[in-house]
Write a protein that binds this ligand. Sequence first.
Ligand code: GTP
Length: 416
Amino acid sequence: IPNDEDTPKEENIRCLPLLDHFGFECLPHQLVNRSIQQGFTFNILCVGETGIGKSTLIDTLFNTNFKEQKSSHFYSHVGLKIHTYELQETNVQLKLTVVKTVGYGDQINKEASYKPIVDYIDAQFEAYLQEELKIKRSYFNYHDSRIHVCLYFISPTGHSLKSLDLLTMKKIDSKVNIVPLIAKADTISKNDLQKFKAKIMNELAENSIQIYQCPVDDETIAQMNSSMNEHFPLAVVGSMEEVKVGKRMVRGRQYPWGVLQVENESHCDFVKLRDMLLCTNMEDLKEQTHTRHYEQYRCYRLRKMGFTDVGPDNQPISFQEIYEAKRQEFHEQCQREEEQLKQRFMQRIKEKEATFKEAEKELQDKFEHLKRVQQEETLKLEEERRKLDEEIIEFYKMRAASESLQTQTCSNVKKD
Ligand code: GTP
């Protein structure tokens, strides 16, 4: 080991050139081998109106016919179609998940159009957070379904963005890397396309919508990426058709006036998109998803649960302390609620008792009243009976008097 006295010291770390081979220069190879063994995942979200060319572009990107059925324009709400595919290129495995909107742009209610998209992105973050919070985590088998990139398909009107485009992008720009695309760019002339691109970028800036910026901090790709950033939004054309151009067969779209070659960079930005997504920036897209978008969601969720890094006195506060404080708070809240419940219960019992007493009193009064009425009736009846008895006695008397009168009259008549 050489004497390091001449080398400048930096934070007490000595920099020592090794004189022999020790082996840790192979670390990058170990990482590459491990990654190849594990395989890669990539999740794409395609947002765009029905029939704008989402499926065709994905097929073209991976040169595979994923056999998608066309969606109808008559869905009553926006939905998402999710498909996962296992792809392989040489010895590299890619687990690709493609999520596509269904019924987007066909709804009157704009809020109902973007909400399912926002909810889906959040649900994937939530699933990852729940896995992270588990005691027994299984990252090895866990299918990370967080969206790494959102391909936003803009209708090639040549005019401007639609209000739904602005609304949706504004809602998702803090949750996902947005790559705006002008779909079916073969339907718009070259001059109009340049103006349209500038107009879109202005509108995005005016509305403070953040789109994905390819990183320019890595020298090897800085130039390529900065030129890529200038080309946004990328004007793309999709096609799985093979067309003959000279002696070659190329993928393109045949028109009466010529052939649009999908992979010809002077015809459209398809190759730029493919290089950007798959060759140059896939890892950055994944990193941005994890370190920026997921981090933001995680912070928001943990804060909502009541966790914080510093206490009211600005002193660091540990997870354990917060947990204990939360437990205590929860316990006290339970006790408060129990007490309130008891008081409410007692109050209700008192109210019920008062109601019963009132009802009992009413019944008693009613009973007394009825009793009085009945007594009066009895007295009246007895009076009437007494009068009747007197009348009967009078009647018998009168009858006896009349009978004796009659007998007397008869004996007088016989004597005569
Ligand atoms: P849904 O999933 O049904 O919403 O449709 P989608 O957005 O996936 O569109 P899809 O890829 O099914 O394409 C719809 C039609 O547009 C098909 O007839 C395609 O051939 C055509 N199409 C796709 N891409 C392009 C393109 O870049 N240019 C032109 N001119 N037509 C295209």
